[in-house]
Design a protein around this ligand. Structure first.
Ligand code: 1HN
Length: 366
């Protein structure tokens, strides 16, 4: 890929050079100028494409998996979201994985741990729970729960509950790209619950208050579970005092209460409210995002394509893709849950953001 630009590789093939390239191949080497323009794009070039996964399409096939495989045999009964540009690594977008997991009342999957960090966002059903390192958490609709890197975790649905479906989000493509993934099955197959149910949310999830003696040194949020009611309440309260972001409406991020930072080392998450009739401005930034509509309905224009979403639909925004969101309802707010790889992007100094119509030249580094 030659480019007629000073500073870029622009070498024409000659019989002598072609023979030279062949020679280099014999020693497992190559000439940088034959690939330089391709491996150093002027701007990020995502191979992921914007996709909308409609719950109306997915729900039936997800439920059908219950009669086809057991959680015992499958390990986890999950249908994963497969971005057409990322099929080789089972990613929904960029280096992020997403899937829909279904469990019937009385089912429980065995406890395991892996180097990948994971989250769940509850879509439907009652009686679901997750146990993380002995902390049992009850899960209701729109609750957000963490299973961080290295923690023992298992999920189940109480016999008294109903069929549950939740979204799993993981950094598994990233951890595999780093060639750093380990997996272990718990030696006893199931964990003993060692604490009061929901203790971590009750201890760490109290607006602005933390236990005076509370100490936390692990590199993920001790809160583990973020419930929907206080999340929606926080957005509603904040909406009363802010115009919101021109690009994201009323947007709040889930934080580690001990640090104010992202909930996990590799995955961040947030919830945003688009007020009735709100339409945001377009921008683009580095980092990959997966959204789930938690409430209401609306539309997003991503890379020039319009996607109409409603409750439980999932869509992705690839890195550096232009995007804007809208709520077409005149009376109801719409809420979007999202998770992303921003802790990695920011931590490595790779965050860039640009507003559409920003004529300031190179992208703003935030
Ligand atoms: C995992 O551990 C779960 O714990 C779900 O339920 C989906 C996808 C890839 C790798 C690990 C779970 C997963 C996963």
């Amino acid at each position: 890929m030659r480019e007629e630009v000073v500073g870029r590789a622009n070498v024409e093939d000659t019989p002598e050079l072609v023979a030279y390239y062949k020679d280099l191949e014999r020693f497992e080497t190559g000439a940088l100028w034959t690939v330089a323009n391709q491996i150093e794009p002027w701007q990020p070039k995502s191979t992921s494409v914007p996709v909308l996964w409609r719950y109306a399409d997915l729900r039936e096939p997800v439920l059908r998996s219950v009669s086809l495989v057991s959680p015992e045999k499958a390990g986890r009964r999950v249908i994963y979201l497969n971005n057409p540009g990322r099929r080789d690594v089972s990613a929904a977008v960029g280096w992020l994985y997403s899937g829909l997991q279904v469990m019937h009342p009385g089912e429980v999957a065995t406890s395991h741990a892996h180097s990948a960090s994971a989250l769940r966002f509850i879509m439907e059903g009652s009686g679901a729970y997750t146990v993380v390192d002995g902390h049992k958490m009850t899960l209701g609709g729109n609750d957000f729960v963490l299973t961080p890197n290295g923690t023992w975790h298992e999920h189940g649905v109480e016999a008294s509950g109903s069929t549950c479906i939740w979204q799993d989000g993981l950094d598994i493509p990233f951890v595999n790209a780093m060639e750093a993934n380990f997996f272990a099955v718990h030696p006893d197959l199931y964990q003993k619950v060692g604490y009061a149910v929901d203790d971590m949310t009750k201890t760490w999830g109290n607006a602005g208050l933390m236990p005076s003696t509370g100490e936390w040194s692990k590199r993920y949020s001790p809160m583990l579970k973020y419930e929907w009611a206080p999340t929606y309440d926080a957005l509603t309260r904040y909406a009363k005092t802010t115009d919101g972001s021109p690009f994201d409406g009323v947007h709040m991020k889930y934080v580690n209460p001990a640090t104010g930072g992202h909930v996990m080392q590799t995955i961040g998450a947030g919830m945003q409210m688009l007020r009735p009739g709100e339409r945001t401005k377009a921008h683009r930034h580095t980092g990959s995002f997966i959204y789930q509509c938690a409430k209401g309905s609306g539309y997003s224009i991503i890379g020039g394509q319009r996607f109409e979403w409603t409750e439980r639909d999932i869509f992705c925004v690839p890195s550096w893709a232009w995007h804007e969101h809208g709520n077409a309802s005149a009376s109801d707010d719409a809420c979007l849950f999202s998770f992303n790889d921003l802790p990695v992007i920011e931590g490595l100094g790779l965050y860039r953001e640009e507003a559409l119509g920003d004529n300031e030249g190179f992208q703003r580094v935030v």
